[in-house]
Design a protein around this ligand. Structure first.
Ligand SMILES: *Cc1c(COP(=O)(O)O)cnc(C)c1O
Length: 377
């Protein structure tokens, strides 16, 4: 049995450090925000090459506050992609703004800059590319178009901790960038967590106020705020895990490279594309197959867990039917959503396990086995 994710293996490898960090917070009684969260903010800002980091309770909250800090509200439009986790779009809806979609590129599955300009109207107040699966969107043309129209870019970096584009870290290119520390993300809390980074002092101050009831100082509520604060225990545990993140990311990249090499022998599925100008951090490793359901069932029968990220693009979700979209509106997103299958990929995965997965894919699609290739190469 190869699980899709193995959080127990990760915990076992750092148990003493994590337990000590959690106990430290219990003893300190700084259960909400506090010194550990403040220290984590500083360390994560440095990691992202950004000036400020503001920790919150979820990635969705980070997106919501980043949008509010850019003065997004009812009557505004925010451009994003339909091929993403639904939270990207929900955060836009929370502000009262209307999500407007731009289709993705068929290679990287991120926002297609060639289709961006046509979606801009006089009501467009932000552009939110999603760094899907751990690979950054094509930021140079996106930033160039945004600058020409005077529109801020907010990066949904919830799957892209440590990803790079032309050497720049995810979150540091737009006016702000948002991260999730949901347990399954590349950097995961032991519960929920999120964070926004920004190089802009005013944006940082506003997000900081909004996460804690809009207070500038205690009992002085300057803005209509929220209770979006990060727990002290999560801050302390995230500090521990951040120290291991680069090593984990390199292990993910090594595992992804092995998958991609072995999959070259399997004609029926396509491996993901890593753009040459980016550092992909492989939150998700998704192969493409034109008979995805059969492949999924075969792998399931072989004891290999898989995931679907995401089978229905957001513009076709019932919850967003009010936007009035139909099948065919974003053909690349729809096609990719019908073909992707996420296979197990995490730092602790072994080469043997990867070969087993590729062999199972090869067998399911009747191509030659990969284990032989692993032994030779
Ligand atoms: C996980 C995720 C979010 C939301 O993060 P939460 O911490 O679960 O609220 C937003 N966008 C994308 C692309 C994500 O993967």
């Amino acid at each position: 049995m190869i699980p899709f994710l193995d959080l127990k293996a990760q915990y076992a490898s750092i148990k003493e450090e994590v337990d000590a960090a959690a106990l430290r917070v219990l003893a300190s009684t700084q259960y909400v925000l506090g010194e550990e969260v403040a220290a984590f903010e500083k360390e994560f800002a440095t990691y992202c090459q950004a000036r400020h980091a503001i920790a919150v309770n979820t990635g969705t909250s980070a997106l919501h506050l980043a949008l509010l800090a850019a003065d997004i509200g009812p009557g505004d439009e925010v451009i994003t992609v339909p091929f993403t986790f639904v939270a990207s779009v929900s955060a836009i809806c929370y502000t009262g703004a209307r999500p407007v979609f731009v289709d993705i590129e068929p290679t990287t599955f991120t926002m297609d800059p060639a289709k961006l300009e046509a979606a801009i109207t006089s009501r467009t107040k932000a552009i939110m590319p999603v760094h899907l699966y751990g690979q950054m969107a094509d930021m140079t043309p996106i930033m160039e178009i945004a600058a020409r129209h005077g529109i801020p870019v907010i990066e949904d970096a919830c799957q892209a901790h440590g990803a790079e584009y032309h050497g720049k870290r995810a979150g540091s290119i737009g006016v702000s960038g948002c991260f999730s520390f949901y347990p399954g993300k590349n950097l995961g809390a032991c519960g929920e967590g999120g964070l926004a980074v920004t190089n802009d002092d005013a944006t940082a101050a506003k997000i900081r106020m909004l996460r804690d009831w809009g207070q500038e100082q205690r009992y002085h509520h300057t803005l209509k705020g929220f209770n979006y604060r990060m727990d002290g225990i999560q801050g302390a545990i995230l500090r521990v895990k951040l120290r291991h993140l680069e090593k984990w990311t390199e292990a993910r990249r090594t595992n992804a490279r092995l998958y991609t090499t072995l999959l070259k022998n399997v004609e029926a599925v396509a491996a993901p594309t890593e753009a040459a100008d980016r550092r992909h951090v492989y939150h998700i490793y998704a192969v493409r197959s034109d008979d995805r359901e059969a492949l999924r069932q075969s792998l399931d029968a072989a004891g290999i867990a898989t995931g679907l990220h995401y089978p229905i693009p957001v513009h076709l979700q019932k919850a967003h039917a009010d936007l009035g979209h139909r099948k065919g509106d974003f053909p690349v997103s729809e096609q990719v959503a019908s073909e992707v299958l996420s296979v197990p990929l995490y730092p602790e995965l072994t080469s043997e396990q990867i070969a087993t997965v590729v062999d199972a894919i090869a067998e399911a699609t009747t191509a030659k086995p990969a284990r032989a290739a692993l032994r030779v190469g």
